[in-house]
Ligand binder design. Structure first.
Ligand code: SAM
Ligand code: SF4
Length: 333
């Protein structure tokens, strides 16, 4: 699948649920309205849709949400998708199956994830201070997540810690977090806040440019630009003192669209061709109308042909309106 700008679409992110056991301040309002269960694709439908993408050239799958590990039965899906890893009869198959999680359920699922062929996971963790963690996530508890992270490590999963950089909240903790990640062999990836969805907080007050964070970190750590790439939008630095990496995702200070190779599927079967644009394709209708996959594959190709060149995120100081109305928990980031 090649889009109009010559980019090969090889990476699909699948949001398996919009629900979550946390209510992170930058992601959700506290009293979120979730989708009625009837609107969701079944796990079987999600699998069928995902496999169509794999047939069309997707090599990397990431399950996300909401919190992917709170969807009932999700491990059956992980297991089945895991069978697509590696060369398949007559086709290349998946290079990688991975997921992004808040870590709350990892003590339960880490071993099973590893057994299903998952090699790496991203765990979102913005702070190592318990009280701050509870404030940011509203409903989350740090010890549970740390236990989950250690279970993942013990299961042999490579862990990348993702932290959203929040002004005045965790901005002075990154030295410590980089050290902690280094001790455990985890890469650390910092993310700028993105203006997605109405939340209770004011995003202009949360926004912290990562150029500043990198300058501060460079006072204590030897950072050298790395050509490491995971297929995602992060730019990486090798950290000489730890042997691990620091990744920076800067959707606002740096245009990360140029090399975009991904599209996003929601748990209702809506395909978003860009995280920062409203245009989407309803694949659920096509999926349910046809029992064979010819029309489905045509609908996917037609959607890819509409992939826009890029997003136009701006943190709007005057209007305080999100650039895109849907929450990150719809598309999973
Ligand atoms: N619940 C899982 C988790 O937290 O890892 C997966 C879904 S979550 C929406 C995916 C990632 O998006 C998390 O790392 C989260 O911190 C990030 N995120 C959520 N809202 C964001 C926003 N407005 N700006 C930047 N990152 C955001
Ligand atoms: Fe849930 Fe992830 Fe959003 Fe936090 S960032 S509320 S854990 S979906």
């Amino acid at each position: 699948m090649i889009d109009p700008f010559g980019r090969a679409i090889t990476y699909l992110r699948v949001s398996v649920t919009d629900r979550c056991d946390f209510r992170c301040v930058y992601c959700m309002a506290e009293d979120m309205n979730f989708l009625p269960k009837a609107d969701l694709l079944t796990l079987e439908e999600l699998e069928r849709l995902t496999l169509a993408f794999v047939r069309l050239g997707v090599r990397k799958l990431r399950l996300t949400g909401g919190e992917p590990l709170v969807r009932r039965g999700v491990m059956a899906l992980v297991n089945r998708l895991g069978r697509q890893i590696g060369p398949q009869p007559g086709k290349p198959g998946l290079d990688e199956l991975t997921l992004t999680t808040n870590g709350s359920q990892l003590t339960r699922f880490a071993d099973e994830l590893a057994a299903s062929g998952v090699k790496r996971i991203n765990v979102s963790l913005d702070t190592l201070e318990a009280e701050k963690f509870a404030t940011i996530t509203r409903w989350g508890r740090l010890p549970q997540v740390l236990e989950g992270v250690m279970a993942a490590k013990a299961a042999g999963l490579a862990v990348k810690i993702n932290a959203v950089a929040l002004k005045d909240v965790n901005e002075h903790e990154f030295d410590r977090m980089l050290g902690w990640c280094g001790e455990h062999g985890f890469d650390l990836c910092l993310i700028e806040t993105m203006p997605l969805g109405e939340i209770d907080a004011d995003r202009t007050e949360q926004y912290l440019p990562l150029s500043l964070v990198r300058e501060r970190l460079a006072r204590h750590w030897t950072l050298s630009a790395s050509d490491y790439a995971t297929g995602g939008p992060a730019r990486y630095y090798d950290v000489a003192e730890t042997g691990t990496r620091l990744g920076l995702i800067t959707p606002l200070t740096h245009n990360f669209c140029e090399g975009c190779n991904r599209v996003r599927l929601t748990c209702t079967g809506t395909l978003y061709m860009c995280l920062g644009q409203e245009d989407a394709a309803d694949l659920r209708a096509v999926l349910r109308a046809h029992s064979d996959d010819v029309a489905l594959e045509a609908a996917i190709r037609a959607a890819i042909a509409r992939k826009p060149k890029g997003h136009d995120f701006v943190i709007d100081r005057a209007g305080r309106k999100p650039a895109v109305a849907r929450h990150m928990s719809v598309t999973g980031g």
